[in-house]
Design a protein around this ligand. Structure first.
Ligand code: GAL
Length: 382
């Protein structure tokens, strides 16, 4: 009798709780906080997600996460680019390797090359999914500094490798004045052999390496893509010896550059660019250049994609904010169907066992002035 009473009480209590939870979750959109804080993140089959330096595409009700498959003992590409799919961003189904490395000797994406920071955007006109990534040729360290493109008819691949390149040969940045061009053309590399001097810094800002690489095309390493509301897409990459960022417009089919580009923060040493647009302002969060080691994030904003870009304070606050909480950004994902919901996706690199690198996915909050803030204690999207 006593037990029955308790049972019915607990049962009634449970029902009330259930109704309440349902009411709350139906009445307010599910608030979510940090999606991953560096703990192992398993896919729906119970295996650790292996998609580093990645980016996410939203297409017809699903998110597709593309990233680098990292092996246990090397940071080189031994497998290729992977893809995971999810409806709600928490559970991810492994869709396999969508752009595998190949075994033909001398091929651009030969096993053992470097394939980093893949990003995919969808082209409405051609109905193709277009992937760009950072490519380093096998056996050449990070000297090639190329970017590569691949296409697919389906978000789940397979992607067809198209080509690799340095960017925009023989083209000057659109915002370079005749005076600046004149100054750049006078720079002679032999006069600036010693790096990090004041004189060298000034020369870098004026385009020392831009000039050096004019005929071959500009270097392109850490990168992201940005597709704007008007359907135009841009390739944002670390160029000029990782010292200066470039923002370059892509052609209407997204598989090449138009030749229109600007330099951002010349000599500022920005890597790992991520970019998003909110209320008409473009925001870019980057890292410094310390290889696999984390450093302080940087942030810039601009009224148009072409600038002018203004630098702000480090967007990170709280403990370990000076090292981006141990991570390095890779992409900012606008969450579909939720106003003002943006996720900062970052990698916690573990170069000694690259496959064990982790993820940090933080919702971005905004100050009352609309300035982005990153904090792992953010419990809710604004
Ligand atoms: C990092 C970069 C990574 C990778 C690494 C190699 O700074 O963000 O994507 O290129 O350097 O050392």
């Amino acid at each position: 009798m006593y037990f029955k009473k308790i049972l019915s009480k607990t049962f009634a209590g449970a029902c009330v709780m259930c109704l309440l939870t349902c009411f709350i979750s139906c009445a307010t959109p599910a608030a979510f906080g940090v999606l991953c804080d560096g703990n192992e993140w398993m896919d729906t089959q119970g295996n650790p997600i292996n998609a580093h330096g990645g980016g996410v595409l939203y297409h017809q009700g699903k998110y597709y996460w593309y990233g680098e498959y990292k092996s246990d003992f090397t940071t080189a590409a031994m497998v290729g680019i992977t893809c995971y799919a999810s409806k709600h961003l928490r559970q991810w189904e492994n869709c396999g390797v969508v752009l595998p490395v190949v075994d033909s000797i001398g091929a651009d994406i030969e096993r053992g090359c470097v394939m980093e920071r893949p990003k995919v955007i969808y082209n409405e006109k051609t109905q193709q999914f277009v992937m760009w990534f950072h490519l380093e040729l096998k056996g050449q360290g990070y000297n090639a500094a190329r970017t590569a493109v691949a296409v697919s008819d389906s978000p789940k691949g397979p992607f067809r490798y198209v080509r690799s390149m340095r960017v925009n040969p023989d083209v000057l940045p659109v915002d370079m004045s005749d005076k600046q061009w004149g100054e750049m053309m006078q720079l002679r590399p032999n006069d600036y052999k010693k790096w990090w001097t004041k004189k060298w810094r000034t020369a870098v800002e004026k385009g020392l390496y831009l000039k050096r690489d004019l005929s071959t095309g500009q270097m392109s390493r850490d990168m992201t893509l940005f597709k704007d509301d008007d359907g135009k897409a841009y390739h944002i990459y670390s160029s000029e010896e990782n010292l200066t960022l470039h923002i370059a417009e892509l052609t209407a089919d997204y598989t090449a550059h138009t030749g229109k580009y600007v330099r951002v923060a010349p000599g500022g040493q920005n890597e790992a660019p991520t970019i998003f647009k909110r209320n008409g302002t473009y925001w870019m969060i980057t890292s410094g250049c310390t290889g696999w080691d984390p450093n302080a994030a940087r942030m810039f904003s601009a009224p148009t994609i072409w600038g002018p870009w203004t630098q702000h304070d480090n967007p990170c606050v709280g403990e370990k904010s000076e090292i981006t909480f141990g991570a390095q950004g890779t992409f900012v994902l606008p969450v579909k169907g939720r106003k003002d919901a943006y996720l900062f996706m970052a990698d916690i690199w573990r170069p000694k066992c690259p496959s064990d690198s982790r993820y940090l996915w933080l919702p971005i909050s905004f100050t009352s002035e609309g300035v982005p803030v990153l904090s792992p204690s953010t419990t809710e999207l604004n």
